[in-house]
Design a protein around this ligand. Structure first.
Ligand code: NDP
Length: 252
């Protein structure tokens, strides 16, 4: 296609939690559009790296625990020393803890907020400084339907995902004029390991499927198009927005 506005050739993208699940799918989609991929993950998955590199781009994993807030500046510096610029940041890594709210343990509350909320904000800050300096950047924060709804037995997750949507708008207000787009993707119910417990619960699985107009759980591949769009020049005038990819759940 002439002047392909979805072309990411020559762009460098950091994808947190990109070794598996939705993160892997985001990384593959961005790579398929031409971007080099730097996965930041607590574990390395060589199979994922191979699949991404097979698309003709560079791919490597920086093994890093996002709970290490004190080392974020070092992380950015080490990536920049090799890649010179980061154009795209996908804050995807996330965790889930389920307990009835009346007994939700403080330790799990803190853990979920640290990874799903605090890490997302401070990664935006650490890479955002570089993007502001450069006058260009695309930040995609992975929100959730729980950015809009309360869910059941996942209050910490709902709190964190609501915060992600909130501060993505705040960052957008400050950074849109500096060439940095901050947006969210809010996936619906997607079949990944995070949802194994739900899929194995016959009653919840049926209730969930009954509400999805598309009539099926989403696949990680269903999300790639939204990521490429928000990472590309096609979305240059979109700021502080959340694209909901949910098979119609929110409209029901
Ligand atoms: P997965 O559990 O399948 O994958 C999460 C990835 O993040 C894994 O690679 C994991 O590493 C990594 N990770 C976890 N903790 C850390 C950490 N402290 N530091 C670095 N990496 C870490 O999750 P999903 O793919 O299902 O979810 C991805 C994102 O999408 C999350 O933000 C989630 O909240 C969101 N989401 C998911 C939905 C779904 O239906 N699946 C729906 C809505 C939102 P490891 O392999 O070692 O665990």
């Amino acid at each position: 296609m002439k002047n392909n506005v979805f072309d990411l050739s020559g762009k460098n993208a950091v994808v947190t939690g990109g070794s598996r699940g939705l993160g892997k799918s985001f990384a593959l989609s961005l790579a398929n559009a031409g971007a080099n991929i730097i996965i930041v993950d607590i574990d390395r998955n060589e199979q994922t790296e191979k699949e991404i590199a097979a698309l003709g781009v560079n791919c490597e994993t920086v093994v890093f625990d996002l709970a290490n807030f004190a080392n974020y500046d070092e992380l950015v510096a080490s990536i920049l020393s090799k890649y010179q610029k980061i154009d795209i940041l996908v804050n995807n890594a996330g965790i889930q803890r389920r307990h009835p709210s009346a007994n939700f343990p403080k330790a799990d509350w803190d853990l979920v907020l640290d990874i799903n909320q605090n890490a997302v904000f401070f990664m935006c800050q650490a890479f955002g400084r570089h993007m502001i300096e450069k006058g260009y950047g695309k930040i995609i924060n992975i929100a959730s339907l729980l950015s809009f709804q309360g869910g059941l037995t996942i209050p910490a997750y709902a709190a964190a995902k609501s915060a992600v949507l909130g501060f993505s708008k705040s960052l957008s207000n400050e950074w849109a004029s500096k060439g940095v787009n901050v947006n969210c993707i809010a996936p619906g119910y997607i079949a990944t390991e995070m949802n194994t417990a739900l899929m194995n619960d016959e009653v919840r699985n049926r209730q969930i499927l009954e509400r999805i107009p598309a009539g099926r759980w989403g696949n990680p591949e269903d999300l790639g198009g939204a990521a490429v769009f928000l990472a590309s020049p096609a979305s240059d005038y979109i700021n502080g927005h959340a694209i909901v990819v949910d098979g119609g759940w929110m409209g029901r």
